[in-house]
Design a protein around this ligand. Sequence first.
Ligand code: FPP
Length: 242
Amino acid sequence: MNSHAKIPAHVAIIMDGNGRWAASRGMDRTRGHARGADSVRACIVAAITAGVRYVTFYAFSTENWGRPAGEVDSLMELLCDSVVRETPELIERGVRVVAIGDREGLPEKVRRHIDRIEGDTASGSKLTIVLAVNYSSRNEIARAAARIATKITTGELSPENVTEETLSAELFTASIPDPDLLIRTGGECRLSNFLLWQSAYAELYFTPVMWPDFGEREFAAALEEYAGRERRFGNIQPTQNN
Ligand code: FPP
């Protein structure tokens, strides 16, 4: 296998540890999120350099609404500010931004900023950034099932023709390849309702590094670890096959 084949096409990231990073420095949690936005930028640069085609960032889960209102508001503001600040450079670098998640459940201002960055970066062809905002994987799968049920009810689809592809096509990620590598920072080893269907065969990379400390070097280290992994997709090694 050549070295290019060892670069993951799609890296998905659970950005965890912002709050602990801030608390350990006597700072407000929101300062950790702000520094986390710098890590997003660093990973975008590292992804372009490495030739990764898609990076998905878990920016806000449906469960995150349970946080104190001040923290939720500051996360929404940070998202809007980042969109405004980063759009020119993203366009210049050939980056396209798309969002996944329940958009209807977001404040109108956030929806507007997401619509705007998707439109402004639509022609980017080097790297696609997928922002998971107000995202829940279980909700996404249930929504896909409901859409399939509707198609069956209207006669557009018959039950025996429902396949994995049919369901994939109804997910928010329909036009996005499944992640090859899923990174979680902050030391926890769980998926937290993130891309559960899509990550069936993703390589998982858990690191104790807090998200604000995760930069270009850490991203490169995750890619290096991925390059050393053997992906078998449920099969056995070719040499064991005879
Ligand atoms: C988890 O850390 C992080 C989040 C819930 C938010 C992630 C958002 C950003 C980094 C903001 C910028 C994003 C973009 C795309 C511009 P945590 O607060 O759960 O950390 P903790 O486990 O230490 O409390």
